[in-house]
Design a binder for this molecule. Structure first.
Ligand code: ZN
Ligand code: FE
Length: 256
């Protein structure tokens, strides 16, 4: 089976909307359409027809284009069951363990609360594509608006268990600022240093740093490494349990 074709659309200040299209049947999803106009323009340019919206959570910069896209295309809107009341135009409510069909492709729905209580992610194993909204960023993670550190840590561990080659399609271009912070936590991590250099070069060339890979995030993202003794000692938190290490570095990032 040919993998999904994925098209990245930068919108607003630093959001990414993704179009994911099944080359076999033409089914096409917009993931977290913050706004509609650039999505409609991209569809037009590519000659793709929108069949679905996949929302990861209810924030305005992820659902803002839902109603206009539905009106323009008649697409089906999929979102998290526990967020159903907060997702405009929702048609299909899903939660962890559910399967979402996109033509001949399928996504596994993962519950990843922490940033919001109803946050979900979509894992297209057949295309090694993870759409994780504001849960996992390259070298960072989402703020804890509605969840606890324990919930977010277990959500991140769930994502961390995906294969090395999983591509991480997160919803924001925050990587450069995340790298600056990550280097304060673990300055001597060579994988982090290499990624930070790469990120700087990509941004200077006007290119996206997203998607990254799960292998790279596991090696360099401090928020996936709260149970790693190397990170704990670099951060001055040796011997603490993983949740409290995670909570401490998350709160350092909030103040950074
Ligand atoms: Zn958000
Ligand atoms: Fe966001």
């Amino acid at each position: 089976m040919a993998p999904l074709d994925i098209h990245q659309i930068p919108v607003l200040t630093d959001n990414y909307v993704y179009l994911a299209r099944d080359p076999a049947g033409g089914a096409c999803a917009a993931v977290d359409p913050a706004v509609a106009a650039p999505v409609l323009a991209a569809l037009d340019r590519l000659g793709w027809r929108l069949t679905h919206v996949l929302n990861t959570h209810h924030h305005g910069d992820h659902v803002g284009g839902n109603l206009e896209l539905k009106k323009a295309t008649g697409c089906t809107i999929v979102g998290g069951r526990s967020d159903a009341g907060r997702i405009p135009g929702i048609d299909v409510a899903v939660s962890g363990g559910d399967i979402v069909e996109l033509g001949t492709h399928t996504a596994q729905v993962l519950d990843v609360p922490g940033h919001t209580r109803g946050h979900i992610a979509y894992w297209f194993a057949d295309s090694f594509a993870l759409f994780c909204g504001d849960t996992l960023f390259s070298l960072g993670c989402g703020r804890l608006f509605e969840g606890t550190a324990g919930q977010m840590w277990s959500s991140l561990r769930k994502l961390r268990a995906l294969p090395d080659d999983a591509r991480v399609y997160c919803a924001h271009e925050y990587t450069n600022a995340n790298a600056d912070f990550a280097l304060t936590v673990e300055p001597d991590n060579p994988d982090l240093q290499a990624r930070a250099d790469e990120v700087l070069a990509l941004r200077e060339a006007g290119k996206p740093t997203v998607p990254s890979t799960m292998a790279m995030e596991r090696a360099a993202n401090p928020f996936l490494r709260a149970d790693d003794p190397a990170l704990q000692s670099a951060a001055g938190l040796a011997g603490r349990d993983a949740v409290s290490v995670f909570a401490e570095i998350r709160s350092r990032k909030d103040r950074f």
